[in-house]
Design a protein around this ligand. Structure first.
Ligand SMILES: Nc1ncnc2c1ncn2[C@@H]1O[C@H](COP(=O)(O)OP(=O)(O)OP(=O)(O)O)[C@@H](O)[C@H]1O
Length: 306
């Protein structure tokens, strides 16, 4: 299928260490997909296998139905940012991009375009070795965009960036997805990823923990609830519990309703002829939902082992 990345039963073992453990998921075009997991979860290893930089112990990754190494003109098919410091430090930004373009039969006019797109024109003649982390990230992204690829793989692109750089990358990724590209971006930061990504793949200890939208991730958390105020809390309580819904009474007399959404509660209230003065969703924060999902797979956390 066009521009789809299919990860199938992917595993990677380093000696005794299982870095990636039977991962299967699909990344689709037209949206940013965040690839989330705590440190050491296996994100970089997975991305390296997507690019055929590491050999899977089992399984495979198909991009447009092919292994990366079988793609003709791969830079025109897949743009990747893995390690922003992987640049020949003695070359200027311009020459680095020109060398990449020429070795991939990409017209040299494209070099100017990507320098402009990444805001690097004014420093294009400077040695890339002297670049700040933010500039190096931009240069890495310029290289990823050189072949105008429909698929982009970015490993921790916001790491170490200042707020302006973070906003720039977020806007760029959303723009690329809106053009119909497949954008797959890893991070260990939930809140930042949720601002850029519509869809999330969450892993822990190499295993898939969630393949979901940001909204569903929060709604699926059992601590999310809907706060209801009604003049007849007892009748409301009964109506809800009779429908198998868990309810708790808040100290101020409101009801906290778990495991269902506002619309459903409204319908039950209407059927029972109950007035509702307040119905407000009280979702857990994204960070809380992410922590809950990954708590069993984090090896070390402040305060010691759980
Ligand atoms: N070449 C290697 N040899 C041995 N172990 C490795 C190798 N590469 C990665 N690992 C181990 O595999 C696990 C997954 O690492 P990986 O770098 O893929 O995680 P990550 O999710 O990208 O983490 P981070 O957010 O810290 O970058 C880690 O425990 C790591 O120590």
């Amino acid at each position: 299928m066009a521009q789809v990345i299919e990860v199938r039963n992917l595993s990677k073992r380093y000696g005794d260490k299982v870095a990636v453990d039977g991962l299967s998921f699909t990344v689709r075009p037209g949206r940013v997909t965040g690839f989330l997991g705590p440190n050491g979860a296996g994100k970089t290893t997975t991305m390296r296998m997507m690019l055929d930089l590491d050999r899977p112990t089992t399984g495979q990754v198909l991009i447009d139905g092919s292994r990366y190494r079988r793609l003709a003109e791969p830079l025109r098919r897949v743009g990747a940012l893995l390690d922003a410091n992987a640049v020949h430090g003695g070359r200027s930004a311009h020459d680095h991009l020109l060398w990449l373009a020429q070795s991939n039969r990409i017209p040299s006019t494209r070099v100017r375009e990507v320098l402009e797109l990444t805001g690097l024109e004014s420093v294009a003649g400077r040695r890339a070795g002297g670049f700040s982390l933010g500039m190096a990230q931009r240069l890495g992204i310029a290289a990823a965009l050189l072949g105008d690829p429909p698929v982009l793989l970015l490993d921790e692109p916001v790491n170490g960036l200042d707020p302006e750089g973070v906003l720039w990358i977020r806007t760029l990724m959303k723009g690329l997805a809106a053009e119909g590209r497949t954008v797959f971006v890893s991070s260990h930061l939930m809140s930042e990823t949720a601002l850029a990504a519509e869809h999330l793949i969450v892993i822990g200890r190499g295993r898939l923990l969630a393949d979901t939208t940001v909204r569903d991730l929060v709604e699926a958390d059992p601590r999310s609830y809907v706060r209801i105020r009604t003049p007849e809390p007892e009748r409301m309580h009964t109506a809800l519990t009779h429908s198998g819904i868990r309810v708790r009474e808040a100290p101020d007399g409101a009801l906290e309703v778990y495991g269902t959404e506002t619309g459903k509660i409204g319908e039950l209230a209407a059927a029972a002829g109950l007035a509702v003065h307040e119905a407000s969703a009280q979702p857990v924060s994204l960070e809380e939902a992410f922590m809950r999902l990954t708590e069993d797979v984090v090896d070390h956390r402040a305060g010691g082992r759980r």
